[in-house]
Write a protein that binds this ligand. Structure first.
Ligand code: GUN
Ligand code: ZN
Length: 513
């Protein structure tokens, strides 16, 4: 489609994640995102597409037009009946082009134009041109050269008369962030409709989630926040929350079926082997009605496992949507990051892009939960630090963990004199840092922080103090803290008078004033 109608509308944001609606005009449907597209193999399909729609509420699926085109048996049938009747699926159907086969076998026997025309003729709702999936870690020359070819294919696809059919614009560039960003900018400008980030399958197969995050972040910088983004070949539910928080909207899963074939059982924390399970940690119909032993011995093993795999996969998509609606997406990502060390790498990589996430993060959402040292690097903390830079403090300010009310911490903890001696008293809330009274009731300062906070929360608060002090050389500062670790105190500039609350030392210090 090449008119300028807005096909994608975002309803709710959380970090760079969103709930959106994607119009698919040729199918006459609107798909709610984040969405999962089950991969349907035209030759072998253990769960029929009609069941995907009716039992799993799949609104959209993806199949491979190159496989259909190359099959003597299927080609004429699908041309004659159309893809929707052929598969018996009432929702939207996206098709891939054979690029994956090209990457795998080095050549394919159709041109970009031929396979686009074939996709149009069989009634695909979202077609894909023949991009070149450049693998990770290749030379820059190769990545750049292949990106040039992909870009010409996208331009040709944009010139192709697709009518109501949407056409995807895969973003390549291997593991070079600048190439991914350039590819994203080009793709968004070329007049196509849906934007898959390509060639990440090798990274995901090796659990290199930190690199997946960097690749997606770079592509997103080029694509901008308005583009609907598909993460090509990402089907493991453990990484959906992470990918959604980075701004991915569509996922396709072949994993549910492929894993089932060799007895692998998906969970949101990783993959289990059916052979090793004594109990099912899941409440889907399959797991409620069967024991692992029954399924191991069943003739229906593959079918039952793929059903479970698909249930957990769709369930995670719903969990994510709920988390976005409640403003808890990063809490969910943080929980998922605790399931596997490779996911923790992914989450830490995501936090390195906190600035990028902050741009679309709502100013106010559910209560901020401080769950680990990683929470200290969340975009909300970053935003508070930036907000402090815009304040104009008076001549003397007391920053105190005692809160705003005089005498909060009990009589004489730092001496009433110290309170009276300052123009204003600001609270200090790890990991955010100083909080002037006028911001006290605003998100995220109503944060829930554990009593036994870790050092990183204090270090983040101290960094925040340092930035505030440096930005306001005309103000005299006193910091009254409760047993901050040396690693945090080392960050506080020397000209701040530091008082420790709840110790006789602290009382003496302030009495001496
Ligand atoms: N499936 C998984 N990765 C890719 C990719 O990079 N391009 C296409 N067209 N399909 C894919
Ligand atoms: Zn289950």
């Amino acid at each position: 489609m090449s008119d300028t109608r807005e096909l994608f509308e975002v309803r709710d944001w959380d970090a760079a994640g969103r709930i959106g609606r994607l119009d698919v005009p040729r199918a006459g449907v609107t798909v709610e995102t984040p969405a999962l597209l089950p991969v349907v193999n035209p030759h072998i399909q253990t769960i029929p597409p009609r069941e995907l729609a009716e039992e799993f509420s799949a609104e959209i699926l993806i199949t491979n037009s190159y496989v259909l085109h190359g099959s003597e048996d299927l080609r004429e049938d699908v041309l004659e009946r159309g893809l929707h009747a052929f598969l018996d699926f009432p929702g939207a159907i996206m098709t891939d082009s054979g690029s994956f086969q090209l990457a795998e076998y080095g050549e394919i026997d159709v041109t970009n134009e031929e396979i686009l025309e074939f996709q149009r003729r069989i009634g695909s709702d979202v077609a894909t041109p023949v991009d070149l999936p450049t693998p990770p870690g290749v030379s820059r020359e190769r990545a750049e050269g292949e990106l040039g070819t992909t870009q010409r294919r996208l331009e040709d696809a944009a010139a192709f008369d697709a009518d109501e059919m949407l056409v995807s614009a895969p973003v390549q560039g291997s593991t070079y962030p600048d190439l991914r960003e350039r590819a994203g900018r080009h793709a968004a400008g070329v007049g196509l409709d849906v934007f898959p980030v390509g060639a990440v399958v090798p990274l995901m197969n090796e659990y290199r989630f930190g690199e997946v995050v960097d690749v997606v972040a770079a592509a997103k910088r080029g694509l901008g926040p308005a583009a609907p983004v598909h993460l090509f070949g990402a089907g493991h539910p453990m990484m959906f929350a992470l990918a959604v928080a980075m701004g991915c909207d569509l996922f396709d899963s072949a994993a549910y079926a492929i894993y089932a074939r060799d007895g692998r059982y998906l969970t949101v924390r990783g993959t289990e082997h059916l052979a090793d399970l004594d109990y099912f940690p899941c409440a889907c119909p399959v797991c409620v009605e069967h024991t692992p032993e029954e399924i191991r011995e069943s003739d229906e093993r593959e079918r039952l496992l793929s059903e479970h795999n698909l249930h957990v996969t769709f369930r995670e998509i719903r969990t994510i949507k709920g988390a976005i609606r409640d403003g808890e997406l990063l809490e969910l990502v943080e929980a998922r990051a605790r399931g596997h060390p490779a996911m923790l790498d992914g989450y830490r990589a995501l936090l390195e892009h906190a600035d990028q996430l902050e741009r679309t993060d709502p100013a106010s959402k559910g209560t901020f939960f401080y769950l680990s040292g990683e929470s200290a690097r969340r975009p909300e903390v970053r935003r508070h630090h930036d907000r402090l830079a815009r304040l104009s403090p008076p001549e003397t300010v007391l920053l105190t963990e005692d809160g705003w009310n005089e005498g909060d911490g009990g009589d004489g903890e730092i001496g009433d004199g110290a309170y009276d001696a300052h123009d204003e008293r600001w609270s200090i809330v790890p990991p955010f840092g100083p909080v002037p009274p006028e911001l006290a009731e605003t998100y995220p300062l109503s944060a829930e922080v554990p009593e036994r906070t870790d050092d990183r929360a204090y270090e983040a608060a101290a960094t925040s103090v340092a930035r505030l002090v440096e930005a306001n050389p005309g103000t005299e500062w006193t910091l009254a803290h409760r047993a901050w670790p040396d690693s945090a105190l080392a960050r506080v500039p020397g000209r701040v008078e530091v008082v420790r609350l709840g110790s006789s030392e602290g009382v003496e210090d302030s009495d001496a004033e």
